[in-house]
Write a protein that binds this ligand. Structure first.
Ligand code: 3HC
Length: 312
């Protein structure tokens, strides 16, 4: 019986069908999706913090309004993805408890500091640009609720990436020399951590093979990283910024850019909690959770009263 179910499931995956929440699925497939979708949701919520820091410091009302809209979008993406994770039978509270206890991962990139206003533009250009590279294939993920969530998220991510690029173009073309130097400094600091967002090299990836067999991961970590590098080289040229990699050069034979070695020791240190801002990000999340408890209690009390009135 179990083998027949497994075989039918594999056939559906092979046929490119969407698996829905009520469909039979292997427990390992479900657990893999809970892991990835919850980490993705945590990344969106923690991702609000580096930029949120600059909402009250934005240089104009226009930039403040744009940044406010972007950070609100990230919050919405997080809630959307927690809802997708809940379709797999986990509760939002247990996912958040794991995050606040430091037991859940979120994207390494959000553990770096945002030191200047140019960081906000570079995050839009590089971090949201990398997120789009990684999230577009997820629109074809075999798990229906996740794939559908990604379609809306990707539409909003393209606004995030374009506003960042436009902000940098303004600084580079109309800014002072000091502002242009500020942009170059931010690019130098965010370039390598953005490449790390795609995950470890395929040869060191624990989940890629199985996730690709299940149609969860449609493109490998290295393939998406390479596509991102190739896209950024031309964008950097338009911006007039340099990329901090002396080994970056076009390889005609490969039809792609060769680039330098990534510091995987740094990556794993950040993933394992020892990045520049890991403690600060988690403390901020825990404090927000605790300070917001009264809102959740009030909403639940209100709902209990409404339910009692309906029952009366
Ligand atoms: N940060 C933290 N942990 C990472 C990581 C990263 N950048 N890349 C990989 N890892 C972890 C994996 O979670 C896994 O650890 P685990 O077994 O404890 O979960 C381990 O490193 C091995 O990596 P694998 O390649 O085997 O793991 P995956 O198959 O899960 O691939 C991934 C990693 C490509 C990030 C994949 O999980 C994925 O596509 N996730 C969903 C998309 C996502 O999270 N995107 C980035 C954040 S969203 C964002 O940027 C918001 C935007 O609005 C700015």
């Amino acid at each position: 019986e179990a083998q027949a179910l497994e075989a039918a499931f594999e056939a559906r995956i092979a046929a490119g069908e969407f698996i829905e929440a009520k469909d039979w699925m292997p427990e390992h497939y479900r657990r893999t999706l809970v892991r990835q979708i919850s980490q993705h949701a945590h990344s969106e919520i923690v991702g609000m913090l580096p930029e949120g820091h600059w909402i009250s410091r934005a240089p104009s009302l226009k930039r403040k309004a744009i940044l406010l809209a972007k950070v609100q979008d990230e919050g919405g993406h997080g809630l959307y993805l927690y809802a997708a994770a809940e379709t797999l039978g986990v509760s939002r509270d247990e996912l958040l408890e794991a995050l606040h206890a430091g037991r859940a991962k979120y994207s390494s990139i959000f553990n770096y500091p945002t030191l200047t206003w140019a960081d906000v533009g570079v995050i839009g250009w590089l971090v949201d640009g990398a997120a789009i590279m990684n999230q577009v294939p997820l629109c074809r993920c075999s798990y229906g609720p996740y794939a559908r969530a990604m379609i809306r998220v990707c539409k909003e991510e393209s606004f995030h990436q374009r506003q960042g690029f436009e902000s940098l173009l303004t600084m580079m073309q109309q800014g002072t020399a000091a502002q242009r130097a500020m942009v170059q400094d931010a690019v130098d600091r965010w370039w390598w951590p953005s490449l790390m967002m795609f995950g470890p090299p395929d040869a060191a990836s624990t989940h890629s093979a199985q996730s690709m067999r299940w149609g969860i991961k449609r493109e490998s970590n290295d393939a998406l990283r390479q596509r991102f590098v190739d896209a950024c080289v031309e964008q950097a040229r338009v911006l007039g910024v340099g990329l901090p990699d002396p080994d970056l050069r076009w390889n005609e034979a490969r039809g792609a850019h060769d680039f330098g070695a990534i510091d995987w020791d740094e990556f794993w240190a950040v993933v394992n909690g020892h990045g520049p801002c890991n403690r600060e990000r988690l403390a901020t999340r825990v404090s927000a959770w605790e300070r917001g408890a009264w809102v959740r209690e009030a909403a639940l009390a209100h709902e209990r009263k409404r339910a009692a009135r309906r029952a009366a």
